[in-house]
Design a protein around this ligand. Structure first.
Ligand SMILES: [Zn+2]
Length: 105
């Protein structure tokens, strides 16, 4: 099994397996991080990962969690509430054709 050497700020170099490392990539936002739980002090360590580190960890067998672009979209207005969902459900009971009501003018 591949051994990955990482550095804990408290303990120094630690040996990890690919399963110990979580690699998160937000390609649209241009950042990536990797996290691991230090095998010595049990702290959760998170570090930035440049393209070279992403390629290295990936080739070592670390699975990549891709952040969906939708997560990084800017949102405006208040979040929808339970009442909004109920209003939509009631509205849908009396409307058969939905699309014309939601097409932008
Ligand atoms: Zn540590």
């Amino acid at each position: 099994m591949t051994t990955i050497k990482a550095t804990c700020p408290m303990c120094g170099d630690v040996d990890l397996t690919p399963a110990d490392v979580r690699l998160t990539v937000a390609e649209a936002a241009g950042w990536a991080t990797y996290t691991f739980k230090c095998v010595s002090c049990q702290d959760l360590i998170e570090k930035a990962a440049d393209n070279e580190v992403v390629a290295l960890l990936s080739s070592a067998g670390v699975l990549i969690d891709n952040v969906p672009d939708e997560v990084l979209e800017a949102h405006h207005g208040r979040p929808i509430s339970y009442d909004d969902v109920l209003d939509l459900a009631l509205w849908l009971e009396t409307h058969d054709i939905i699309v014309p009501h939601f097409v932008a003018h």
